[in-house]
Design a protein around this ligand. Sequence first.
Ligand code: SF4
Ligand code: SF4
Length: 180
Amino acid sequence: MTLAELRWATFRIFSYSIVFVNILTLGFFLYVIGPYTSYFFFGDLRFWKYSSYFHKYFFYSTSYLKSIVLKKEGFALFDLPLTAPPMDSPDPKIVQLAKDWKQPADTCGECSTCCNYLAECCFYDKSQKQCLCYGTLFWSFFNCGRFPFSKEQISVLKCTKFEFIDSTDGVGVTPPQGKK
Ligand code: SF4
Ligand code: SF4
């Protein structure tokens, strides 16, 4: 394991521990560490602007975990190694923008399937049809920024924006962008 991988793994274990403690305290722990919570999810230390989301995250995280356990393919589909590097967009060596994608590359248009597949994400702004966490630690270190990272994800979630590259050289493809 490299030093960078150790750092990423430590950060993920630290983050999972926070989620665990938050669930044990019925969602109050995120308020106790408000500035960090706000920075982690929204990239902003001004926690008072985002505190309405803290308890929503408690319900979201419990629903997400329940779904991971109950949905047969849930865990396998979103399993992320602790040592994986943070990513702000899908890996251009394995996925590219679908040839039939008509919208701009930095949007998913009306679609939010991957955000709501396991549980309805509390950070998806339905009125603006966009993610509120774009580019933050939460986005980069977990499943959001890097989605999709497998052929199965594209297929099971019927993602119309990305397609898997069978040839792995990635030359000449349109770089994918992860903003949702
Ligand atoms: S990445 Fe694919 S499945 Fe996810 S919101 Fe965009 S188009 Fe939908
Ligand atoms: S991309 Fe944003 S809206 Fe979608 S699951 Fe991640 S945090 Fe939620």
